[in-house]
Design a protein around this ligand. Structure first.
Ligand code: GDP
Ligand code: MG
Length: 299
């Protein structure tokens, strides 16, 4: 499993390393602020979040009489950390008879891969998960989940390609009860003929879950591809508004300079980032830790 430092290498070398150099020994000048703004935007921190950061930092510079760039760097790290919000404790040990996690996101964001990785984490914690192949729109998506399921020795409930995902999910719930599984992780479609159809379908899946299992889905995880940068933010808003989201899995942080998108997700979407994807292998998923994340950008 790649370390956080390795995972963030591109974001660090392309942008935050330059911020580190910018906020070195010299005094703060108007150019310092301009350059800082442009670097933050380059890392996909986003316009609104960058603006908020800069105004907070300018105010702090006045209030705390910061003249040198170096203390400004310390202040920047603090403010970046604050943007990421309070830490969320992830518990792998459920208290429910059947805990349901619905996984949503655009095609290619890493839903199925992340489900495989999550399954691994929950298996390690002694849970008994079962998977539902709710992305019935693409035959390959069903196969892919089945392959991951086999590798983890976990049962996958699937239907025919283009069958009703509501029926697949319903069967999966029955199978989960019959097999005494304590978790159901539901894969879903990321694209249909129109965005409207997709959201309607996801709502339907949600309804089937809610009807069959008390308070389900207990978590709705939105998978966001970091390489999509600012586009990922507008996509995520759509899912959040239509289907509801409880947390984010931010994938493909390895190999992208756009890691700053984490700050836009936390600040603009007000969603907690729970996990980060750090590669394509089964173990390449880590719990998100805001403090280490910020440190990893600057080291
Ligand atoms: N480098 C990298 N690739 C990832 C990560 N997560 C997923 N992928 C790759 O992204 C591609 C799409 O993933 P998939 O799970 O099929 O996306 P889905 O369409 O949302 O189900 C696959 O090639 C995955 O191996 C990650 O964290 N890092
Ligand atoms: Mg998939």
């Amino acid at each position: 499993m790649a370390s956080l430092r390795e995972t963030l290498a591109r974001t660090r070398t392309s942008v935050f390393g330059r911020i580190q150099t910018l906020l070195g020994q010299a005094d703060i000048t108007p150019e310092t602020w301009e350059e800082l703004e442009s670097l933050l935007l380059q890392s996909d921190v986003g316009a609104a979040t960058t603006e908020k950061l800069l105004s907070t930092l300018k105010q702090r510079a006045v209030d705390e009489a910061i003249i040198k760039a170096e203390p400004l760097r310390a202040a920047l790290k603090e403010e970046l950390r604050k943007l990421l919000g309070a830490p969320v404790a992830i518990t792998y040990l459920g208290t429910r008879l059947l805990e349901v996690i619905m996984v949503i996101g655009v095609n290619g964001s890493g839903k199925t891969t992340s489900i495989a990785k999550l399954t691994r984490l929950y298996l390690k914690a002694g849970r008994k998960p079962i998977l539902a192949a709710g992305d019935t729109f693409r035959a390959a998506a069903i196969d892919q989940l089945q392959i991951w399921g086999e590798r983890n020795s976990v049962q996958v409930i699937a239907g025919e390609p283009n069958s009703d995902p509501g029926a697949v999910v319903y069967n999966a719930i029955q199978a989960a009860y019959a097999r005494k599984a304590d978790m159901l992780i539901v894969d879903t479609a990321g694209r249909l003929h129109t965005k409207h159809n997709l959201m309607k379908e996801l709502e339907k899946v949600r309804k089937v879950l809610a009807t069959a299992v008390h308070d389900a889905p207990h978590q709705t995880l939105l998978v966001v591809d970091a390489t999509n940068g600012q586009n990922a933010i507008s996509q995520a808003k759509g899912f959040k508004d239509s289907v509801g989201v409880t947390g984010v899995v931010l994938t493909k942080l390895d190999g992208t300079p756009k890691g700053g998108v984490a700050f836009a997700i936390a600040n603009e979407l007000k969603l907690p980032i729970l996990f980060i994807g750090t590669g394509e292998k089964m173990d390449d998923l880590s719990e998100f830790d805001a403090t280490s994340f910020v440190e990893g950008l600057f080291e």
